[in-house]
Design a protein. Structure first.
Ligand code: FES
Length: 98
């Protein structure tokens, strides 16, 4: 993700912009399905980092997912569920976003 001053004139997607036609992004849905959020403090950053990863790499390994999510700290310790959600979204997105 580029530093904010480098975003001048570029499109920026927020977590609210991931939903299309009333359907959550597969990673948002996987977070719900996996119970990957508790307090929700880290959730937007985790999901946006995960979506960025899945756009670049449709089948990330666990190590690649961990690296992509670095810098997002989950105080509730839901990392295993977050990684499971990334894996499930990856499977869901095979062949194109549903
Ligand atoms: Fe609470 Fe991640 S769900 S900080």
């Amino acid at each position: 993700m580029p530093p904010l001053p480098n975003c001048d004139g570029r499109a920026i997607t927020t977590i609210e912009g991931l939903e299309h036609d009333g359907r959550l992004h597969p990673l948002q849905q996987a977070f719900l399905d996996c119970g990957a959020m508790q307090c929700g403090y880290c959730t937007a950053g985790m999901i946006m980092s995960g979506v960025s990863l899945l756009e670049r790499n449709h089948t990330p390994s666990s190590e690649e997912a961990k690296r992509a999510l670095e810098g997002n700290v989950c105080r509730c310790g839901t990392y295993p569920r977050i990684l499971a959600a990334v894996h499930i979204a990856s499977e869901t997105m095979k062949g194109g976003r549903p």
